[in-house]
Design a binder for this molecule. Structure first.
Ligand code: FAD
Length: 320
């Protein structure tokens, strides 16, 4: 089954997907792919590949400063193709609004369609480092719901320009959801209304931002259902296994870390103890999610092979 939604609808097995990030410009793609090699024995059905906006670089010559955009992590589409060839697993490229005009989006969608890619996670993208707020490209999208709409239109054979006998694409569209609300949103209720807009525009499932408290996910799903969002909501999970992450995860992703997990990590005498405590905590969280009946789990690896591997070992050992 090549589409996420088909797997979710027709397969009784829990869906399991991984998320990876392309290497920095100039680095080898093999390092990233070998990093997930040990995770392949857990048989992910999908591997997501993130997309990154360029940030601005400033050059000075003869007292004149010029700005040029520079993408630190190019290669999303190429890695997707490599994943298909190397692992025979369906890739899910992320596509963002940032840095794309609508025509560039259309061109990328055509590339992906020609590569036989059937899934896209449609996102707005974060403002690049050093930029306080998101600024769309001229003639680009301001919100992810507009990108979803464009992909859905292409699935109906509607291109930006009127074309003679246009072929329709056939993408399954996923979007992001935020159990603790998106950081720019005034409150969760408002955020959920915008999430519903993405679903109404054609998103067929949601992957959540990471969270560390089961109740937060459960309440999010209940509130989403209450506002009429009926699509599957897949929990996104990022193992937290070190002191450094206690600071970096909340500041980068705007999520809360429960006191119990902070205590486990801070009170550990060694790094290994902290790692083991973090993995045990995450495995219990996954257990609760499975009991609740989640449609799948999505693990953010972000180049971090060891922690996801330990988590998956704990989860799959418990499941038998
Ligand atoms: P939107 O859904 O557009 O929401 C952005 C903000 O605008 C929210 O505050 C929302 O409430 C508000 N909003 C939405 N629609 C409207 C509207 N119609 N009117 C007014 N306000 C509105 N980032 C990357 O750069 N690359 C990636 O590959 C990537 N992958 C991710 C994967 C997952 C699973 C998740 C959860 C996030 C990912 N992100 C990625 C981060 C994401 O791009 C950022 O969180 C971004 O700031 C918001 O993206 P979005 O698609 O949720 O945006």
């Amino acid at each position: 089954m090549t589409k996420v939604i088909d797997w979710l609808k027709h397969n009784r097995k829990l869906m399991f997907s991984l998320e990876i990030t392309p290497p920095d410009r100039g680095k080898n793609m093999d390092d990233i792919l070998s990093g997930i090699d040990p995770l392949m024995r857990f048989e992910p059905q999908f591997i997501n590949v993130t997309y990154h906006q360029p940030h601005m670089v400033y050059d000075e010559k003869d007292g004149v400063i010029t700005r040029r955009p520079r993408r630190k992590k190019p290669g999303t589409v190429g890695i997707c193709s490599a994943i298909k060839n190397r692992f025979r697993v369906e890739p899910v490229p992320h596509l963002i609004c940032g840095s794309f005009s609508r025509y560039e989006t259309e061109d990328t969608l055509i590339d992906l369609h020609f590569l036989g890619i059937k899934n896209i996670l449609a996102l707005r993208g974060d403002p690049p480092p050093g930029q306080a707020r998101f600024i769309p490209e001229k003639d680009g999208h301001l919100y992810a719901c507009q990108l979803v709409e464009q992909i859905a239109q292409l699935n109906r054979g509607k291109y930006i320009d009127e074309l003679e006998d246009p072929f329709p694409t056939s993408f399954c569209i996923g979007v992001a959801g935020y159990p603790e609300k998106h950081f720019e949103s005034p409150n969760l209720d408002k955020d959920l209304l915008y999430l519903k807009k993405k679903v109404d525009a054609g998103a067929e499932y949601i992957i959540t931002q990471m969270f560390y408290d089961f109740r937060i996910y459960k309440e999010f799903v209940e509130k989403a259902r209450a506002v009429g969002i009926q699509v599957p909501i897949i929990p996104g999970l990022k193992p937290l296994v070190s002191r450094k992450q206690i600071q970096s995860i909340p500041s980068s992703f705007h999520v809360n870390i429960p006191a119990e997990l902070v205590g486990l990590i801070e009170e550990a005498r060694t790094r290994e103890q902290a790692f083991a405590g973090g993995v045990r905590f995450m495995a219990r969280l996954v257990e609760k999610l499975l009991e609740f009946g989640v449609p799948g789990i999505h693990v953010f690896t972000m180049g971090q092979g060891r922690a996801p591997q330990a988590l998956l070992e704990a989860v799959f050992a418990a499941k038998g």
